[in-house]
Design a protein around this ligand. Structure first.
Ligand code: DGY
Length: 321
């Protein structure tokens, strides 16, 4: 039987592409260009499946225009808010993601953001690089410790729990809000808040780990930021659209929010320019899963899902239909 034909919309790690070439008629993106909608559709024309990433907008219009042969879309990501799963389900197109394998890498970045924001890493690094460091000063560049503070986790799922484990090593008290309370063994002593407002009031540091859904979009806004204790820190490794940028920038500018550590943004890579002038914003370019071992694991997991699909087995990470 001929091998299934798949389109990889982005350049993937060498070992992942090698496996894709071994097992599929794989159309690689060796230049790593971002395919515009028309080019993506043209390349998809003779394929049986797509391997996409968070930079592809797989909306209802694109799904409707896909050739009927395409019955599976595997995304190289745990988040799948860039895919209209209802439209995929409507056309009986299977969608898979890559959970678990990026949990530790993303939790590490959350800790980096927390520490970088709390200790003023942006201002400190700029002082050195711009040649402005004149001497050590007892009262200069004072940050805050995260040790012993209350960490509020918005979304205590896989990544939130991995962050909580790391935060316990800093003697932080863990608070969380989820739609549903976890079992005690998964809570590991974390304090449950039945509503987000209650969590915000109890968070010296708020770390966002929920998926982007209609319920969570802009859940961090002027009203909810005002519930955080004065000088609180906001960390986001989930999705940019969970935060209202104008509100966070205003709160950081006034000092009402002490600092932010952000790895994800609305409209990436064209983030709100208001963040760039803020020395209390520690910013990274969506690096949560960016280690070679994790990116390999994500690629292998996406291929495992395609392998299952084309072998007639239910893919392990099916999110639709
Ligand atoms: C994901 O997997 O959803 C990340 O945002 C990309 O690493």
């Amino acid at each position: 039987m001929s091998r299934p034909r798949i389109l990889l919309t982005r350049k993937l790690p060498t070992e992942v592409e090698a496996r894709a070439m071994r097992d599929y008629e794989a159309d690689l993106n060796t230049d790593d260009r971002l395919y515009a909608r028309d080019e993506l559709l043209a390349r998809a024309a003779d394929k049986d499946g797509l391997l996409v990433t968070v930079t592809d907008r797989i909306d209802a219009k694109l799904i409707a225009a896909l050739p009927a042969e395409i019955r599976v879309i595997a995304t190289f990501s745990v988040g799948y808010d860039h895919i209209d799963v209802a439209a995929a389900t409507g056309r009986d197109v299977t969608v898979t993601n890559t959970p678990d394998v990026l949990t530790d890498a993303t939790a590490e970045i959350a800790m980096l953001l927390m520490l970088g924001a709390a200790r003023g890493a942006t201002a400190g690094a700029a002082t050195i690089r711009e040649g402005r460091w004149k001497n050590w000063a007892p009262t200069g560049m004072l940050g805050r410790e995260i040790s012993g503070k209350r960490l509020g986790i918005l979304g205590l799922g896989r990544i939130g729990q991995a962050v909580a484990r790391r935060a316990r090593a800093f003697n932080m008290t863990i608070h969380y809000h989820n739609r549903n309370r976890l079992r005690p063994d998964a809570e590991e002593g974390a304090v449950f808040h039945a509503d987000a407002a209650s969590l915000f009031r109890a968070s010296d540091i708020l770390s966002i780990h929920c998926a982007s859904t209609p319920e969570t979009r802009r859940i961090v806004n002027a009203e909810t930021l005002a519930l955080l204790p004065s000088g609180a820190i906001v960390v986001n490794t989930a999705r940019g659209d969970i935060v209202d940028d104008d509100a966070l920038i205003a709160a950081l500018s006034s000092g009402r929010i002490g600092a932010a550590g952000l790895d994800v943004f609305n409209n990436e890579p064209n983030l709100h320019p208001g963040y760039l002038g803020l020395s209390n914003a520690f910013l990274l370019p969506h690096l949560g899963s960016a280690t070679l071992e994790t990116r390999n694991a994500m690629g292998f997991r996406a291929l495992d899902n395609l392998d299952d699909f084309f072998a007639g087995r239910p893919p392990r990470d099916r999110v639709a239909p």
